[in-house]
Design a protein. Sequence first.
Length: 444
Amino acid sequence: MWHSRFWVLSLAVLFLTPFVHASRASGRVDGSVKSSVFLSPPFFLQQGSVVNKYYYDIPFPRGHTALKSFDAEVVDEMGASVPLFETYLHHWTVERYYGPKGTQVDRWSPNFILARNAGVCKNDLAQYFGLGSETRRTSTWVPGPYGIEVGNPKEIPSGYEERWVLNVHAIDTRPGVKDRFRCTECKCSLYNVTKSEYGHPLDKDYIGGLYCCYDQTRCQLRDGFKGGEVRKLFLKYTVKWVEWDETIVPVKVYILDVTDPGKTTDRSSCKVEYQVEPCNLEEERNGKCVDTKKTTVAVPHGGEIVYGVAHQHSGGTGAALYGQDGRLLCSSIPTYGKGSEAGNEVGYIVGMSTCYPEPGSVRISDGELLTFESNYSSSQLHTGVMGLFYFLVADPQPLNSSISWGDEVMKRWWAFGLVGVTVAVIFGVGYRRLRRNGEGYQSI
Ligand SMILES: *[C@@H]1O[C@H](CO)[C@@H](O)[C@H](O)[C@H]1NC(C)=O
Ligand SMILES: *[C@@H]1O[C@H](CO)[C@@H](O)[C@H](O)[C@H]1NC(C)=O
Ligand SMILES: *[C@@H]1O[C@H](CO)[C@@H](O)[C@H](O)[C@H]1NC(C)=O
């Protein structure tokens, strides 16, 4: 009896093994997430100064992977988090590109091939990730079985390799600057800028924004403020990813810009930034100092939205994405800091809420016209504000037969079923023998 039981047990364990593997396999996206922390090259700032630099070929996980998150913040030489009122992080972005093996290239090189996100602006906003002051308290996590597929060797042109370029735009607003808040809004008069970085005269009504706080400009200092302390800083970034495999559901990265005029034929005029005019007295009396800007844009490919987040600057009060029939797809609301520590700086947007719809519950169709709305308080003028919306879209997953009969997981289930039947039969036979034997003993 002991021999036969042992045999049955061993057989069961042996045949159950594939099933154990299968369940581990289906849970693996969370179980095998890898994480690496990197530092950008150092950048140097003193009171009022600006960096807007591109760092090519930054340290990044290599190989065919699915990205799960990208989080970043500014740190000093000791690795300590630097608060926004000292170093205002206007934005950081991470773009993917292909460069010829063994040769460093920048974006003006003919051999630089930008691997853009899925849309929809044509020239700008090609990044995969990007945030600003809200970076410390905004989730970038790609949930569940979803991942941003990168490093697929089939997509990399021969002779090239995949690389990443990091853009950091930061403004030093430590005591000494004349008007901290206007410095962060890149008010042209404070930067004494009338021409763009490339020498083109700026429009008369362009009074603030990115064209006035380009790399190496300096925001006006208090009268009599002398010198300044140069500080060495880094963007510290944490990338999480999993090795690519067939169980991962790839997602496309979309970025909508509220300044996009939204004509389906002309996708080239995302302006990235805009201006919020102050409200008039009557609006103020009626408590209606809200600037609502909207655009309607067609997304080329639909699917399931699995994540969404907006990007706004100080003064922002929320943003939302709607489907063609007016249904709310996702809204993203800023959190303002209330204290003085990094991640909670009073008056700054320190986080944006994110959307994580139930899988399959928020769907958009191919070519659907989406409306994106960005609200700001207009109780005062705001220059150079932004209204962006990032969202991740997976191809629709069939609800019925999400597992095809031929795939690996299904084969294991088949094997398991077969084993189950076999084990049941063996146990059944054994039990009947036992009973018969038992009856036999009793009868003695
Ligand atoms: C502003 O710029 C002009 C020329 O572009 C220069 O002559 C002037 O000195 C600058 N003013 C300050 C305060 O830097
Ligand atoms: C934006 O403001 C308008 C009122 O001007 C309001 O109807 C809308 O719900 C607001 N949207 C968000 C996302 O806050
Ligand atoms: C499920 O499958 C059946 C038969 O294949 C089909 O008729 C039905 O529409 C499917 N349902 C969904 C929600 O996909």
